[in-house]
Ligand binder design. Structure first.
Ligand code: NDP
Length: 475
């Protein structure tokens, strides 16, 4: 019998996805450049289902039913191109190559176009959930042709996480759409993590709570509207005690956050698209600041606020922080969904935001009760221009905003950096504002560069003769 799908690249992600497929009763042909990985998979897990071990790309291709489905799970970048070049010549029109790695969506667009010329369907599929998700049920975001999804969708939906019986996998849109939304998903994840970290810092410094006490707070928060995987693991991390020193683990971990690049891509692309994703950007920059040992060392002695003893904040502070966190989180997600809308329009993908919220409810790192609220928001008869104005979120922001202001003010007063909370509030106030000081900026631009401005009371472009008699002329 022929295998229904092949997996090439059997490091942790590929091996776990192959096992997931096999455990769901699919015959899986497996291949890896170094044979030792294939051998290890067969020895350790070969009894979990119907695997066909293959030593070469030719063997893998020969083991598959047609049209062939091959899932590539190798290191993103040049290795992916190398593997595509190995397999593409062996394939026939109608066959499918699926890249489940963390590819940049522009690479996926390029690869899709090149393979389409050769009659091969190329599917860029975002896969979220890490190694555990890959084995037990990830959230999968496949792009590519509709036709390829018909052949691939049932398999992928089968191994994806399920929430209320609904698979966390759906066709996202043509070519790079899947990898684009996976990228923004990761950007949102950065923002969410940064906000939680700021909440932790504010409570710890402001209220003087210990990590174990904070673990209780987050556990409590996890029962309400903030309920999410990230809040849950925050409590776990805060409760962990270091075996060698007996101190809270969080106190012995070096405070330099690392990044693999998807957050940075999200911000780079947002700049190109002109979408303000300030929450995600601040999260990327905050990681970057944490890693700049030289700058931090040089600036460590600079003065901070005097006379505000730590632990001096009032009783209601924890609840204020909880509300500020929720409000800031709404902003970060609203900005991310805005970027998806802009990308979808730019590249003609027709991505459905509601179905995205649906498949992010399970399997992935940002899974949360909250995503059900987003799904509901997009199911309204008139979907909101921004999530901020969806009735449910508008109400939540209204309820939170005074707490949010107190928290941002208190952070400034205590000298505790809260870039995520602050930028989220600034975005909220900017969108609400009747008038923005952008008018003054237009005046400045016209002054030094004759860039012209528009008026509120008449159509057209205008220029003031700044270096002449300062009369206004139509441009
Ligand atoms: P790695 O990213 O560590 O990649 C290792 C695999 O790539 C090995 O199978 C290796 O083969 C293969 N490889 C590297 N270079 C080549 C090449 N030139 N030709 C053929 N094969 C090559 O593995 P992961 O399992 O961590 O991740 C796989 C993909 O999934 C990556 O794109 C990653 O970004 C993405 N991803 C990872 C997640 C995670 O949590 N780790 C989550 C979601 C996506 P060999 O054994 O021969 O060296």
């Amino acid at each position: 019998t022929q295998a229904q799908i092949g997996v090439t690249g059997l490091a942790v992600m590929g091996a776990n996805l192959a096992r997931n497929l096999a455990r769901h009763g699919h015959a899986v042909a497996v291949h890896n450049r170094s044979r030792s990985r294939t051998k290890a998979l067969m020895e350790e897990h070969g009894d979990e289902g119907a695997f066909v071990a293959c030593e070469t790309p030719e063997e893998l291709v020969a083991a598959l039913e047609r049209p062939r489905r091959i899932l590539i799970m190798v290191k993103a970048g040049a290795p992916t191109d190398a593997v595509i070049e190995e397999f593409a010549p062996l394939l026939e029109p109608g066959d499918m190559l699926v890249d489940g790695g963390n590819a940049h969506f522009l690479d996926t667009r390029r690869r899709e176009a090149a393979l389409r010329e050769r009659g091969i369907h190329f599917v860029g599929a975002g896969v979220s959930g890490g190694e555990e998700g890959a084995l037990l049920g990830p959230s999968i975001m496949p792009g590519g042709s509709r036709e390829s999804y018909e052949a691939l969708g049932p398999l992928l939906e089968d191994i994806a996480a399920k929430v209320d019986g609904v698979p966390c996998c759906t066709h996202i849109g043509p070519d790079g759409a899947g990898h684009f939304v996976k990228m923004v998903h990761n950007g949102i994840e950065y923002a969410d993590m940064q906000l939680i970290a700021e909440a932790y810092d504010l409570l710890r410094q402001g209220l003087g709570l210990s990590p174990a006490e904070l673990a209780d707070v987050f556990e409590e928060w996890n029962k309400g509207e903030l309920s999410s995987y990230l809040i849950e693991i925050t409590a776990e991390v805060l409760r962990q005690v270091d075996a060698t020193t007996g101190r809270p683990l969080v106190d012995v971990i070096a405070d330099r956050a690392e990044q693999k690049g998807t957050g940075r891509w999200t911000v780079q692309i947002a700049l190109d698209l002109g979408v303000p994703v300030s929450g995600i950007a601040e999260a990327v920059f905050a990681r970057s600041v944490s890693g700049h040992a030289d700058l931090r060392e040089a600036a460590r002695g600079l003065p901070g606020p005097a006379g505000v003893p730590a632990g001096s904040v009032g009783e209601g502070f924890a609840e204020d922080v909880r509300r500020a966190l929720y409000a800031s989180k709404i902003i970060a997600y609203a900005q991310g969904f805005d970027q998806i809308r802009a990308g979808s329009a730019e590249y003609g993908w027709d991505v459905d935001p509601g179905s995205l919220a649906t498949i992010w409810r399970g399997g992935c790192i940002i899974r949360a009760v909250f995503l059900d609220r987003i799904r509901e928001a997009y199911e309204e008869e008139t979907p909101p221009v921004t999530l901020l104005t969806a009735p449910l979120f508008a109400e939540a922001l209204g309820l939170a905003q005074e707490s949010w202001r107190r928290v941002v003010a208190k952070a400034a007063e205590l000298g505790i950096p809260a870039p995520g909370f602050s930028t989220a509030l600034a975005y909220y106030d900017s969108l609400r504002a009747e008038r923005l000081p952008a008018a003054l900026i237009q005046g400045q631009r016209d002054f030094f560069g004759a860039h012209t401005y528009q008026r509120t009371d008449r159509e057209g472009s205008f220029h003031t003769l700044w270096s002449g008699d300062r009369t206004e002329i139509g441009a």
